[in-house]
Ligand binder design. Structure first.
Ligand code: ZN
Length: 136
């Protein structure tokens, strides 16, 4: 992906402030940071979203997320730490190269996530779970 902004960051064509990398992932400061220490962990190889990751890359992403998350906790002592990851525009994805936001949180930081709970009944849960199991 020649014009993908994250591919260009991976290749060093766009400057970034890196904090970690391994063979499959890179972690860098988000220039659109919500809070101090807001990082992105991205795959080095282009994958538009979660559905394009092989198992090894998916595992590497979570390993890097955990590693930088622990470092953020140790270095900045936030009150909490949120992970955000979106697949598709409907989910809020704006850069179509797989990445995870590692976002330190402080009480009263005004970050918000609307979570409209529906509390479906057991039958609906069972029917939906059966459809997902069939796809595994
Ligand atoms: Zn890319």
């Amino acid at each position: 992906m020649d014009d993908c902004v994250f591919c260009r960051i991976v290749r060093g064509e766009i400057p970034s402030t890196r904090v970690w990398e391994d063979d499959l992932t890179v972690a860098f400061m988000d220039i659109g940071s919500v809070n101090p220490g807001h990082l992105l962990v991205a795959t080095k190889a282009h994958a538009e979203n979660l559905y394009g990751l092989d198992d090894g890359t998916a595992a590497a992403v979570m390993r890097s997320v955990a590693r930088v998350g622990r470092a953020v906790q140790s270095a900045l002592s936030p009150d909490g730490l949120s992970l955000y990851q979106a697949n598709g525009a409907a989910a809020g994805q704006t850069v179509f190269h797989f990445h995870v936001h590692v976002l330190p949180r402080w009480k009263g930081d005004a970050m918000d996530l609307v979570w409209p709970v529906r509390n479906p009944g057991r039958q609906e849960l069972e029917e939906t779970a059966a459809r997902i199991r069939a796809a595994l």
